[in-house]
Write a protein that binds this ligand. Structure first.
Ligand code: G4P
Length: 535
């Protein structure tokens, strides 16, 4: 049993893709499936055309309307004897908290850059989220089939902008319409690619040794070889330890559209990305990979399937073997849960999972009461480190439009709160009549409004407020703070209290006027800082 768990775990690679919109994340995902053999030439496509775009990972109505991906789902595909779990991260900056949770369930991230644009704002933001956790980053410089920037300049940008040491594993030969192939600096090979019609099948490769004399007759080969030698001279070489510490990033050049370089990138995921490691618990002790089953919930989502009202808790397995039908314990409530309905979810398609291993993601159906960050286990209890909640800076008051729908409204807001779509705050004495929704990004409100209307049949009105800063307080401080001008005391669903302020200036004033009142910054304020939203 133990050896099976360790062996299966060593075959897993669990990662996410981070990129600025339009850099090519969807195309790359589609090509991964093509290279894994899951998507055959011409048959179906992950990425539809924009406008009517319906990627397999884009299923929510609101996403389709807006052409953005806000849900996180999982793709799983085989490659070279390994099983790769690709977790989808929301592309929009308003969902950075969701992204953080997803990245907490991955072992590495692929950062996709558009070769003509380099680092863009959303790339930087997502990178900062990875840096918080020292997630190893593999860089893929995409769209090399189009005129782009100088490759050295792009490396410099990665280094100076992200303080991340770039180590090109592949180096491009030619660019734009002359993009011929790459030098693989790890394997000392020159790989030439050929285009296929619409990039619908794998790009055939011709591999030459770097000292093959015929190489010099190829256009751009000499310049590329010189470039690669220059990289050696400045020691831009791969170092596994620095990569795993999140300090160095192996860099690959290619074109997701024409499939150039996709195979080498996938090889890197198998060869360089570490297989799942034991996870530390709240005390910093690790739970061994072959310990009894345990998992960590990173995402809860309701109503993924319009035909089945349901609620799925996505969890990453941290240790042991999962078997369908197993009775597991939900850590926070100590409730036993049978796992008859457990799926791996790919877009709107579900497959029942019979067994799963560390690094895998499973979706437990009807997971009432589950929240992101929760632990599940059998036998030995475990509690994970809490997931940092981003300090919200946007607050709106929600009211149901038709008071006859109040019951639906109430169950809707409870659901949204548990999923973390928005945080629901209550002003004591006002209660559920007019809760305050707290968010990091404006779009969270729109998702909340849309879902209350469409899933709970409880249309709401959202009214802006002047609050912009939240601080954690405690029950003893409530009487000191209540009634102060420009301050509102609210209660969260877990019974804790927050004080809301109109400005950081007001926080300082109140801190001086009421030295006995507890006013603590919310968790992950550092993460907040790196998002440029310091409060
Ligand atoms: P995203 O998920 O990161 O937002 O990007 P997506 O894959 O949707 O790609 C954005 C656009 O860039 C798409 O063009 C896509 O075809 C194009 N693209 C992706 N990879 C490459 C590449 O390697 N080379 C080139 N030249 N283009 C690439 P679009 O015009 O928006 O859509 P479509 O009509 O081409 O599907």
């Amino acid at each position: 049993m133990t050896s099976q768990i360790l062996e299966e775990t060593s075959r897993r690679r669990t990662f996410a893709i981070i990129s600025h919109p339009d850099a090519g994340k969807t195309t790359l995902t589609e090509k991964f499936l093509l290279y894994s053999g899951l998507l055959t030439a011409g048959a179906g496509s992950v990425a539809g055309k924009k406008g009517g775009r319906s990627a397999a990972s884009d299923w929510m109505e609101i996403e389709q309307q807006r052409g953005i991906s806000i849900s996180s789902t999982v793709m799983r595909f085989p490659y070279r004897g390994c099983l790769l779990n690709l977790l989808d991260t929301p592309g929009h900056k308003d969902f950075s908290e969701d992204t953080f949770r997803v990245l907490a369930a991955t072992d590495a991230a692929i950062m996709v850059l558009d070769g003509a644009k380099g680092i863009e704002p959303q790339t930087r933001r997502l990178f900062e989220v990875c840096r918080e956790r020292d997630v190893p980053i593999v860089t893929f410089i995409n769209k090399w089939d189009r005129p782009g920037r100088d490759p050295f300049e792009l490396l410099d940008e990665i280094e100076s902008d992200l303080i991340l040491e770039p180590a090109p594993i592949t180096w491009p030969v030619g660019d734009a319409s002359d993009f011929d192939g790459v030098i693989d600096r790890m394997r000392n090979e020159y790989v030439r690619f050929e285009r296929t019609a619409h990039g619908a099948s794998m790009a055939p490769e011709t591999v030459l040794a770097l000292d093959d004399p015929s190489l010099l007759s190829l256009p751009h080969a000499e310049a590329a070889l010189e470039g690669s030698e220059l990289l050696d001279a400045v020691d831009r070489n791969f170092n596994a330890e620095a990569f795993e510490a999140g300090e160095l990033s192996p860099v690959f050049f290619g074109s997701a559209m024409t499939n150039y370089g996709i195979g080498r990138l996938l090889d890197a995921i198998v060869d360089l990305v570490p297989s799942p490691l034991p996870r530390p618990d709240i005390n910093g002790d690790v739970r061994a990979i072959d310990a009894p089953f345990s998992g960590h919930v990173f995402k809860v989502q309701a109503n993924t399937d319009k035909n089945h009202r349901d609620r799925i808790a996505f969890m990453r397995i941290a240790s042991g073997r999962f078997e369908r039908g197993m009775t597991i314990t939900h850590g926070p409530t100590k409730r036993s849960v049978t796992t008859k309905y457990v799926h791996s979810v790919q877009g709107s398609d579900r497959e029942t999972v019979d067994e799963a291993f560390p690094g895998d993601v499973i979706g437990l159906i009807n997971a009432n009461g589950f929240r992101p960050g929760d632990a599940v286990y059998i036998d030995d209890p475990v509690e994970w480190r809490p997931m940092p909640a981003f300090a919200p800076s946007l607050f709106q008051i929600a009211r149901v439009k038709d008071t006859g729908r109040f019951k639906q409204f109430r169950s809707g807001i409870q659901q949204l709160d548990e999923e973390g779509v928005v945080q629901v705050l209550r002003v004591p004495d006002v209660g559920d009549q007019a809760p305050i929704f707290a968010a990091v990004g404006q779009l969270q409100f729109e998702v909340a409004r849309h879902r209350l209307e469409n899933e709970f049949n409880a249309p709401v009105e959202l009214a802006p407020t002047s609050w912009s800063v939240a601080r954690a307080t405690d029950e003893a401080s409530v009487p000191l703070l209540r009634g102060l001008r420009g301050v509102e005391v609210v209660e969260r669903s877990d019974g804790s209290f927050w004080a809301l302020f109109e400005s950081a200036f007001r926080v300082r004033q109140v801190t001086e006027d009421k030295p006995d009142a507890t006013l603590n910054r919310l968790m992950a304020d550092e993460a907040m800082d790196s998002f440029g939203r310091r409060v």
